[in-house]
Design a protein around this ligand. Sequence first.
Ligand code: NIG
Ligand code: FE
Length: 405
Amino acid sequence: MSLLIKNITHLYTPLHGLKYGQLNHITNCHLYIINQKITKISKGNDFPDAEMVINAKGQVVLPGFIDAHTHPIFWMTREGEFIMRIQGKSYEEIAAAGGGIRNSVRRFREASKEDLIEVTKKRITRFFEYGTTTIEAKSGYGLSFDDEIKSLEIIKELNNEQNLEMISTFLGAHEIPDEYQSDRAAYINLIKKKMIPYIAKNNLAQFCDVFCEKGVYTVEESRDILRTAMEFDLKPRIHADELNAFGGAELAGELKAVTADHLVRTSDAGIKAMAENGVIPVLLPGTTFFLRKDQYAPARKMIDAGCRPAVATDFNPGSSATQNIQLMWSIASLKMGLLPEELLWSTTLIPAQSLMLDKKIGSIEVGKQADLVILDIPNLEYLPYNYGMNNTAYTIKKGEIVYKR
Ligand code: NIG
Ligand code: FE
C-alpha cells in the first residue's frame, strides 16, 4: 500500500535534538508513505506515483496526536453530577457522598465485557475524528480483581482488532471501592499481592498509576503500591496534586516516575523534584475547566524549571467528558499561556516519550510510523484560535486512512 500526501502547504513537527517549542517547519512539500512508514519527504516535482493520493493544498500536516492520559473503559456517563456541579456542589463533595469514581465503579461492574467492547469501539472512532492516533488507557473503574482484569483485557483485545494504539495503565488504586471503605489496608493488599502480580505476568499493562490525593490514597500508600508495581516492572505514573498540594509531585521525583499528572496545586519543591528526576508533567487543562476550578497547573513555571510537559484530555465520565485534544490546545493556550509550537510538542513527541514510543511515533521523520493528522487550517496558530471546532480533514494511522471528513 502506498499513499502520497501532495502539495502540503505547512508541515510542522518536533524533532529529537530541537529545543521544546522549536519545530521543523517545511512548506509546500509532499510526503510519501509505503505500508506503515514514512519513506520520503520532498519538494517541487520530486514525488513518486502512489496507489492513493491526497491533495493537502492549503492545509497543515502534523504528527498524529498522542493523548497521554485517558480513562476510556467505562460504562454509563455522569451528566447528573455535571448538573450538580452547575448547581454549586464540588467534585470533592459529590465524591465524598459516594458519587464520583465509585458511582462509575458500580456501573462498570454491571456491564458485560461485550457491551463494554462495543461502547469502547465507538469511543475509538471519536479519537480518530479529532486526529488522535495513540492513547494511554487506564483501567480503574473495576476495583475488584475480576473487573480490573476485565478492563485491561478489553484494551488488549481491542489493540488486536483495530488501529488506535492503546497503551495500558493499571489504575486499581483509583479509589477505595465501597466494600473496602472500612478496611482500606485489605484492598491495598489485594492490589499488591494479587492484581499487580497477575497483570505483570499476563502482560496486561505497562504502567501503574495511583490517585494520590487527600481522601483517596495517601503518599505512603501510593509509594507502597508503586514500589510493588516497579518490582514487577510496571512503570509508575501518578495522579498528583490535582485538588490539594499533597506531595504527589515530590513522590514522583523520588520514584523517578515516568509521569506526574494534573499538578494543579504542585509546590515549587514538587516542580524541582520533577525537573531533577526527568518526570514528565502531564497537564490536563480540560479537567480544571470542566470541574469549574479557577486555578490551572503552573505550566510556565514547570517549563522554566526545565520540565517538558505533555498536555492530554483526561477523557473520563466524571471530570473531563471530552476526547477533543484540539480543544485542549485552546484551553492550554488561554489558561496556561502555552504557545502553539509548545502545544505541538506537548501533544506529540513528549507524550510519545511518556509512553516510551518516541522512536516509533510522535514526529514526522523518514522511517517513522505513518501516524498523521491533516488539518483544514491555514497555519498552526489557527488551531487553538479556532476553539471548539474540529478541523481534522484526515487522520492516518499506520499509513491507513482511519478518518476522512
Ligand atoms: O483523572 N482524578 C482522578 N481520576 C479521574 C477522574 C475520574 C472520575 O471522576 O471518574 C481524573 O480526573
Ligand atoms: Fe485521570
